[in-house]
Design a protein around this ligand. Structure first.
Ligand SMILES: Nc1nc2c(ncn2[C@@H]2O[C@H](COP(=O)(O)OP(=O)(O)O)[C@@H](O)[C@H]2O)c(=O)[nH]1
Ligand SMILES: [Mg+2]
Length: 507
């Protein structure tokens, strides 16, 4: 009997693992990085995704979703994956024939695969998860990589607020599109978290705070506040679903909170100053089916209204013309740069204190500035060497004019190179470094002078030699003339008479 039970157990186990194997996504998997993870290990994992030769130099779009537990964040991202696979090529599908599929939401009975999502109230996602496959796009000649990121839930009942703030902070810094998944309505602590993150972002971009940190644009690109399980009925059908309702509702929430503990105006200002673009979207519930434990996410079981809204929402975020590129302090970054930045952000949020903006500057922006400035000085020196004319007697004056002209030329070349500091700050830095390079180079002016004198002397010597040669030639010809002969005879005669000492004086 026991053997029978055991065999049955094995059989059921095999069937379950077979189903699971079948449910693996065909083109990718989630790569999880824990907040406590060693940076080396995180680096190894992420290198595998970002350092692909087809990816590393592309500009990036990073879509992230953070927020309430068990509110379909991973579920939503998996429909995003369906849109992406139907509309873009990806690294893992590069060798397959590709035809855009306008019915991107898939077959009616297709189980929803991708990031792990599940029924129940236990959190299923821990840390931060990256989709291992990356989508490729080219817009106006600019090559773009699209990266998807899922996160562990925050804003739970027994939430660790510090951990929540970290998750929100990290995802905000890394993403270019941050979706804040909210259950029904905004509560004070959710706004507080957002303020914390935006406070820090403000600090890193505030010129006064750290002197060197400057940026003209906002620190983050796109924030979408996504209200899940929206029921307009509860609000007397005042708003309506989608973006329009979202905008109205967000305005109302922020206004109605004036006078509570939280300075909502302050939060509102901070958020506005932190994102280039802020939207809110009211998304109704997928329907009763979500309480069914066997529900596998298939399209035909979802509420019609939810289907219409989720189509609008995903198309609006991920359509080629709407993609928001990741910028760090004004500069659109490449996947390679983003990887460095992600590791830095992980390191910055590791401690229990709020990360220091100086740390971000020292580790990420300063090396870029130094490298660009070195390139500018090298370009300046190359041009100076080419323009130096050893034979010009006015070399000293010319050197100074060349220096000023070439410095301006180099600044002109470099001032529009995209970078993470402001243009003026950068111009100031390279001017200074060029001046220093000029001063250091000036001692070699003495060498130049010596070379010039030596060169001049050599020229004079050559001229003297050629004059001598010409004279000698002329003398030989003259010696053969009758005048010379008679003159020579006369001279010798005079010499014989004791009237002159030098018989060779006639030349
Ligand atoms: N209440 C609600 N549940 C949803 C929604 N979308 C999906 N779900 C269900 O929520 C459960 C958890 O989904 P999951 O994506 O793992 O949630 P996550 O923890 O936020 O990532 C699953 O049973 C889903 O079917 C939604 O819009 N509202
Ligand atoms: Mg999840």
């Amino acid at each position: 009997m026991n053997i029978l039970y055991f065999s049955l157990f094995i059989l059921v186990g095999s069937i379950i693992s077979l189903i699971n194997a079948h449910q693996q996504h065909p083109h990718g998997q989630q790569i999880s990085v824990q907040l406590s993870e060693e940076l080396n290990s995180a680096n190894n994992k992420l290198n595998g995704i970002f350092a692909h030769p087809e990816i590393e130099n592309r500009k990036v779009v990073v879509l992230s979703i953070a927020g309430a537990y068990r509110k379909g964040k991973s579920f939503f991202l998996n429909y995003c994956l369906r849109f992406l696979y139907a509309n873009y090529r990806s690294i893992n599908t590069l060798n397959q024939p590709f035809v855009k599929n306008h019915n991107w939401w898939g077959r009616d009975d297709e189980p929803l695969l991708g990031f792990s999502w599940k029924h129940g109230s236990d959190p299923d996602t821990k840390g931060i998860l990256f989709w291992s496959d990356i989508f490729l796009h080219e817009e106006n000649g600019e090559k773009i990589a699209i990266i998807l990121m899922d996160t562990q839930g925050i804003f739970g009942f027994e939430a660790d607020h510090q951990l929540d703030a970290k998750v929100l902070g990290i995802t905000n810094f890394i993403s270019s599109i941050q979706i804040l998944n909210i259950n029904n309505f905004i509560e004070d602590h959710q706004l507080e978290h957002l303020k914390l993150v935006t406070d820090f972002a403000q600090l890193t971009t505030n010129r006064q705070n750290e002197n060197l940190l400057t940026s003209t644009s906002k620190p983050f690109q796109k924030l979408l506040i996504l209200f899940r399980d929206w029921s307009d009925e509860e609000f007397g059908y005042r708003y309506g679903p989608g973006y329009d309702g979202g905008e109205l509702y967000l305005k109302r929430v922020l206004n109605s909170k004036v006078g509570t503990n939280l300075n909502v105006q302050d939060v509102q200002d901070h958020i506005k100053d932190s994102y280039d673009n802020i939207d809110a979207f009211l998304l109704t519930s997928p329907g009763e089916i979500i309480s069914d434990e066997t529900f596998d996410g298939r399209w035909n079981l979802l509420n019609d209204e939810f289907k219409v809204q989720i189509k609008t929402l995903i198309e609006s975020i991920l359509s080629p013309k709407n993609l928001a590129l990741k910028k760090i302090f004004d500069k659109k970054v490449t996947a390679k740069e983003l990887l460095k930045y992600i590791l830095l952000i992980f390191a910055a949020f590791k401690g229990s204190d709020a990360p220091k903006s100086k740390f971000i500057f020292d580790s990420f922006i300063k090396p870029e500035l130094t490298e660009l400035s070195e390139q500018a000085v090298n370009e300046y020196m190359k041009k100076m060497r080419q323009s130096t004319d050893h034979t010009n007697p006015n070399y000293a004056i010319k050197l100074l004019t060349d220096h000023n002209r070439i410095k301006m030329e180099v600044i002109e070349i470099f001032k529009n190179v995209p970078k993470m500091t402001s243009k003026n700050e950068f111009i100031g830095l390279i001017s200074l470094n060029i001046e220093i390079a000029f001063l250091n180079w000036k001692p070699s002016v003495k060498t130049l002078h010596d070379q010039y004198i030596a060169h001049k002397k050599q020229l004079e010597y050559q001229a003297w030699q050629s004059l001598q040669a010409r004279r000698e030639g002329a003398r030989r010809i003259y010696e053969k003339t009758p005048q010379y002969q008679s003159c020579r005879f006369f001279t010798m005669y005079m010499h014989d008479c004791g009237m002159t000492n030098n018989v060779n004086s006639v030349t």
